[in-house]
Design a protein around this ligand. Structure first.
Ligand SMILES: NC(=O)c1ccc[n+]([C@@H]2O[C@H](COP(=O)([O-])OP(=O)(O)OC[C@H]3O[C@@H](n4cnc5c(N)ncnc54)[C@H](O)[C@@H]3O)[C@@H](O)[C@H]2O)c1
Length: 377
């Protein structure tokens, strides 16, 4: 059994604590460590890094950990890997410090707020020769894994279009507490749904359907005033909804709505409908339903008659055929194998920079009211 040190910054946050510390790093230790291909097992020693020592001490005590500090450099001295789930704005500086210290780096998305910085991070990591990775958790969701299985099995024939619907109502924070941190709604603090969600849409589209050639997006701030964690009103300066059209290689058209100002009338908080010549699928976080061309009903438009056909009944559930682990944990294991035994890991900082590029182009498209070509970085 080997042990490696993992400095984890941002573990007091939503993602850093629940998904990365508890559901990934500690879960890997609980299952007996990470198994490498030569049979050795590796235990992870988290070194918690943050701004508030008392909060770090609380988390450490809750999980029987001893290593925590507010000093990034001293954490890096004890670490082999640096992980960052801080607010986006704090990411670049800390990750660059870790790269300079020669540590392998893994980070939440978006890797930076601008393409220039995201590319600089990728270049710095390459120049220093450290392994680098960005979180692309949606790829490991059961629903999207089933969708990938359908694509790989040739279910769709020629894929025509993808319609994504993401979102839910995020409370304004006055009469009911908001369920997301307030920085997400302030552009000056790195917020905005385009910067948050377009990096996700980038890797989902690129990995499942092909390269994105152009984007047209309209970002809006539907709710102009929100209330923060202290109950104070603040102007929401960032986009809280984005309506995007993405043209992919091979002529596939993807259209994705992202909104924190929509009420859910769907089975899941995100759903993608894929239509192909031979069949269609609707994939969510966990489930995936299909309709084959041979079982496709023939609706006839007649507004004089009530709709009697129960269209949703004509879809079939795709079976699990596997056990699905937590997506964040799966990606942690892939990254650590990449670090420890050079296993392939395509989700690097260059991929992260392409995600930031799509967000930046989406914001420009919205500001300028025009379609933007996505050039190779
Ligand atoms: N992969 C995903 O599905 C997913 C989902 C949500 C958020 N994220 C990303 O994870 C990151 C963290 O998001 P979150 O929702 O956990 O945020 P959060 O506000 O809950 O946590 C932010 C963390 O950053 C720390 N921090 C450092 N400097 C800060 C500063 N100046 N102001 C405020 N906090 C500061 C906080 O202490 C906290 O630990 C973001 O980059 C976000 O884009 C990813």
């Amino acid at each position: 059994m080997r042990t490696i040190g993992v400095a984890m910054n941002g573990v007091t946050g939503r993602m850093g604590y629940r998904q990365h510390l508890v559901r990934s790093v500690l879960a890997i230790n609980e299952q007996g460590g990470l198994a490498l291909s030569d049979g050795t097992r590796v235990r992870l020693e988290p070194i918690l890094v943050g701004r508030n020592e008392a909060k770090l001490a609380g988390i450490a005590a809750r999980h029987g950990l001893t290593a925590y500090t507010t000093d990034l450099e001293s954490a890096l001295e004890r670490a082999d890997v640096y992980f960052d789930a801080q607010v986006t704005q704090a990411r670049v500086k800390a990750v660059l410090t870790a790269i300079e210290a020669g540590k392998h780096v893994y980070a939440e998305k978006p890797t930076a707020e601008s393409v220039a910085e995201a590319v600089a991070l990728a270049q710095a990591a390459a120049a220093r020769g450290v392994k680098n990775g960005v979180v692309q958790d949606k790829l490991f969701l059961p629903g999207l894994l089933k969708l990938k299985r359908l694509i790989d099995g040739g279910f769709f024939g020629r894929i025509l279009s993808v319609r994504g619907e993401f979102g839910y109502w995020v409370f304004e924070g006055d009469w009911q507490e908001a369920q997301r941190p307030s920085w997400n709604y302030r552009a000056e603090d790195g917020g905005g749904i385009i910067l948050d969600m377009f990096p996700h849409w980038h890797y989902v589209l690129e990995n499942l359907f092909g390269r994105i050639e152009s984007v047209y997006a309209k970002g809006v701030t539907h709710i102009p005033t929100r209330h923060d964690e202290q109950g104070r009103a603040y102007p929401a300066t960032a986009d809280d909804a984005a309506y995007g059209i993405f043209e992919l290689e091979g002529g596939v058209i993807a259209q994705i709505n992202s909104s924190w100002a929509v009420r859910v009338n769907r089975d899941e908080l995100v759903e993608f409908q894929v239509d192909g010549t031979h069949g269609s699928a609707v994939a969510g976080l966990r489930t995936c339903r299909i309709q084959h061309r041979a079982t496709t009903p023939k609706p006839v438009w007649n507004p004089d008659l009530p709709a009697t056909a129960r269209f949703r009944d004509g879809w079939q559930e795709v079976p699990d055929n596997a056990e699905f682990d937590n997506g964040f944990k799966i990606q942690w294991e892939l990254f650590l194998r990449h670090v420890l035994e050079d296993a392939p890991f395509p989700y690097d900082f260059a991929a992260g920079a392409r995600g930031v590029q799509l967000a930046e182009l989406g914001l420009r498209s919205s500001a300028e009211g025009r379609r933007m070509a996505v050039e190779d970085l």
